[in-house]
Design a protein around this ligand. Structure first.
Ligand SMILES: *Cc1c(COP(=O)(O)O)cnc(C)c1O
Length: 402
């Protein structure tokens, strides 16, 4: 590579640093619900392990002890070639029975789900209407769909009035045969919950509509059996594509869609990340199935998590700070990149690991602390965290209140 080419990339990095927006890996060690970082032991409030399943070593030991047949640590090919092991079919059947008999198809990750399904089901006669704050994987899926001529329009975050206006505008357009509404049930950065009943109502009165809901942060966490917000809202049957990821509360890896069997069959024939990527290791699929059966009975962990986030959100608001959340993802929006990073350092001094989130993950001027609550941390740690936030109420990190 020439000096000139390297200088181009070095310049880009320098600009990121200047904007306090340069990222790098951390050297950290995990110990249950804690991490060791820079010689300090910190309570991990940045993990997606909402129910403490990933940090529970006994659970993994129980799983390994229960494995009697040989399951490879690599599948060696795509499921359409020779990578289709029985564990895939049985996990899909189990998911299907939980989701009222609808079909289930597994994928290698939640990222694959979103970059794969959207371009597969959309064409030049499809319109995608997506919430402004959807996850990067959905945005990439829309970009790929747009390359096939799909029209993509974003509506303001949770603004269903604007969404309805857009539906009216396009529903009678004879060039558009299908309209896919794409959104998340729990938003990964704001932690707010989407009114799925309102979306189902819109769908019922507009025959061209399809609903695509990403439940990555809701699976395991919401609902009596932890099936997600579609269980809470009682609309598992009404959402055309319920998608999610096993990497968060489920403490595994992979993604899924719950859909009509015709759509499943179609995706097997059209979805490129499914067709052209090696399937996940069968042993990992067995772990997902093992966790799934545990998680549907974890009502007390879900109740503890809910009680905690409700308490924390009330507390943050009582300090005069803005918090849009209604879930275990609790942001405190500080806007400024530098102030956000200073606040994370101050929390670390107090023994808590909280991530600051900056653009482009969130919009410009929306930098924030993003607290991810966990049912497995101790009551003492949680209470102390609430106190630390209070102490910061008058402190430097919170000087310009949002
Ligand atoms: C994490 C996440 C994904 C990606 O899932 P992975 O399994 O980590 O690839 C997709 N959508 C949303 C909303 C997410 O938060």
């Amino acid at each position: 590579m020439s000096e000139q080419i390297l200088a181009h990339f070095a310049d880009k990095l320098a600009r990121l640093k200047q904007a306090h927006n340069h990222r790098s890996f951390r050297q950290l060690q995990h110990q249950g619900t804690h991490i060791h970082l820079g010689g300090q032991k910190l309570v991990n409030l940045a993990s997606n392990d909402y129910l403490g399943v990933a940090s529970d070593e006994r659970l993994q030991a129980e799983f390994l002890a229960s494995q009697h047949e040989y399951l490879p640590l690599g599948s060696s090919s795509s499921r359409l070639l020779t990578g289709n092991f029985g564990v895939y079919e049985s996990l899909e059947a189990r998911m299907s029975s939980l989701f009222l008999g609808r079909s289930c198809l597994l994928f290698n990750s939640g990222y694959h789900v979103n970059v794969g399904i959207l371009p597969a089901i959309c064409d030049a006669r499809t319109l995608i209407l997506a919430d402004k704050l959807v996850h990067a994987s959905i945005i990439d899926g829309m970009r790929l769909a747009a390359a096939n001529g799909t029209k993509c329009v974003r509506y303001q975050h949770q603004n269903f009035t604007q969404l309805e206006t857009l539906i009216q505008k396009y529903h009678d357009d004879k060039d558009i045969e299908r309209i896919v509404i794409v959104t998340e049930s729990i938003f990964s950065m704001d932690g707010d919950v989407t009114d799925l009943t309102a979306l189902v109502r819109l769908k019922t009165s507009h025959p061209k509509l399809m609903l695509y809901i990403d439940e990555a942060h809701a699976i395991g966490v919401c609902g009596e059996r932890g099936l997600g917000c579609s269980e809470v809202f009682g609309c598992i049957d009404e959402i055309d594509l319920i998608v999610g990821a096993f990497g968060k509360a489920m403490a595994s890896v992979g993604g899924y869609v719950i859909c009509h069997e015709t759509i499943k069959d179609y995706l097997i024939n059209a979805m490129r990340p499914l067709i052209f990527s090696t399937a996940l290791p069968p042993l990992n699929i067995a772990w997902t199935a093992f966790v799934l059966d545990k998680i549907i009975t974890m009502q007390s962990e879900r109740a503890r998590l809910k009680q905690r986030y409700e308490q924390l959100i009330t507390h943050i608001k009582s300090l005069g700070l803005e918090c849009p959340s209604n879930s275990q993802i609790v942001p405190i929006i500080l806007k400024d990149n530098e102030r956000t990073m200073r606040a994370t350092a101050q929390l670390a001094e107090q023994g808590f690991f909280v991530l600051g989130v900056r653009p482009p993950t969130v919009p410009q001027n929306q930098s924030r602390l993003r607290i991810c609550l966990n049912s497995a941390i101790s009551d003492d740690e949680f209470e102390r965290f609430c106190q630390v936030i209070t102490a910061f109420g008058d402190g430097d990190a919170w000087d310009a209140k949002v």
